[in-house]
Design a protein around this ligand. Structure first.
Ligand code: AMP
Ligand code: MG
Length: 404
């Protein structure tokens, strides 16, 4: 099975979560499930872009011209005075443009002669420094579409459109189970011989949160059938189960065997990819179950490539994959023919405008640093053979990284 076929198999099992109403403060990271329609025009009225004076442009054909100052308008104040010929009104940024005025002269273009007289030194055109009503959006138009992931500027736009509560997809719950006798969990005692700290539990937890989902249960199972079965049963109420480790062919890899004794229906095991080759996927009742290989980089990349888009789809997102970009390889890469490689890369813009990508060094799937220092994945398709320096490759940015 290729990564593409594997994701199609997963995708065909996904059901979209029901919706709930949340306040804008709670909605960050979720997916919008209604169209947002501007309740009023944005902005709702013509207003000043500068602190200065509201004027009639026709008064200012000759410069300098002295205008009679007839009042002031602060932001939020409804104008109740009209600007007459030969007059002006002091106006602040964001204040509504008063009747009669058709331009704003910024303070910097003026000299205040006395309390009642302002000398204008530079000529505005009609409309200068006026921000027109509805320039951002007209009343009644859709400003954010259902299916959009809710980011800070999306929240700002929804708020500007006049909403305080919105319909979003419920967050899928993800039971995270890490497995292994080698995992040392008692952090009050020193690391015993032959043991390691659990990297995947906290790492996967964070990846679930980044996707906008939640982790009600995070458990550790030892490499024996009973403990594993217990932990799996405990996690069965969640919408999704992510198990790390124990899915390969080792003598103590019991995940598949234990699942199969339950009503687990396997959809696939093994994908022609590196890292993450022994990945397992199936359904347990209505729950989607991912068995991710235990090497930390395998588990994190399988999550990124398969679990994250699954969670986003469940939440109702339209765009579930990061954008694909073209970059030039900064150094040659070795790969295994027939396998799809997700190489950890660090992409950087050259001054020439060329995007160049280097690998993060040794790519063994136990080397967490190869992922920690990456800002993207380099995609080398099955048929590619050892791409060399200067070749064009496809990369996808990692959701937590910035390409600088
Ligand atoms: P497994 O898939 O169980 O055969 O594990 C493959 C490799 O990943 C082994 O070297 C494990 O020690 C390591 N590993 C498994 N689970 C974790 C974990 N939670 N944190 C760090 N390393 C792990
Ligand atoms: Mg193991």
């Amino acid at each position: 099975m290729t990564p593409k076929e594997a994701f199609q198999k997963i995708h065909s099992e996904i059901s979209v979560m029901p919706t709930e109403k949340l306040s804008l403060r709670e909605a960050f990271g979720r997916v919008l499930r209604e169209d947002i329609v501007a309740q009023e025009a944005i902005p709702p009225f013509d207003n000043s872009a500068m602190d200065g004076f509201a004027v009639r442009a026709d008064d200012l054909t000759q410069l300098p011209t002295d205008l009679h100052l007839e009042g002031e308008l602060a932001a939020g104040e409804a104008p109740n005075i009209e600007v007459k010929p030969g007059a002006c009104i002091r106006i602040m940024t964001g204040a509504q443009i008063p009747l009669g005025a058709d331009a704003v002269v910024p303070l910097e273009w003026t000299t205040e002669i006395n309390q009642e007289t302002v000398r204008i030194r530079r000529k505005p055109e009609r409309g200068t420094y006026i921000r027109r009503a509805a320039k951002d959006a007209s009343q009644g138009t859709t400003v954010v579409k259902s299916g959009t992931r809710i980011t800070p500027p999306v929240i700002g736009m929804i708020a500007a459109a006049g909403y305080d509560k919105i319909k979003v997809g419920k967050s899928p719950s993800v039971a995270v189970i890490v497995t292994g006798n080698e995992l040392h969990l008692d952090m009050t005692s020193p690391l015993p011989p032959a043991r390691i700290y659990d990297a995947n539990g906290p790492g996967l937890f964070a990846q679930v949160l980044e996707a906008g989902a939640i982790v009600p249960d995070s458990e550790v199972a030892r490499d024996n059938r009973d403990d594993l079965a217990d932990q799996i049963r405990r996690g069965m109420d969640a919408d999704v189960m992510v198990i790390s480790g124990g899915v390969s062919v080792g003598k103590y890899d019991f995940v598949q065997e234990v699942l199969e004794r339950m009503e687990f229906e396997k959809r696939f095991w093994r994908v022609r990819q590196r890292p993450g080759g022994p990945m397992l996927f199936g359904v347990l009742g209505s729950q989607l179950v991912f068995g991710l290989p235990g090497n930390p980089v395998s588990s994190a990349i399988c999550f990124q490539q398969y679990v994250r888009p699954t969670l986003l789809t469940m939440m109702g997102a339209v765009e579930i994959h990061p954008p694909r970009m073209k970059a030039k390889l900064g150094s040659s890469v070795r790969k295994k023919a027939g396998l799809y490689h997700f190489v950890r890369g660090k992409a950087k813009w050259r001054e020439s405008g060329q995007l160049i990508v280097h690998t993060t060094g040794p790519q063994a799937s136990n080397l967490y640093s190869s992922l920690q220092h990456a800002n993207c994945l380099i995609h080398l398709e099955e048929e590619a053979i050892d791409p060399s320096e200067g070749e064009e490759v496809i990369i996808t940015p990692l959701p937590w990284a910035v390409i600088g």
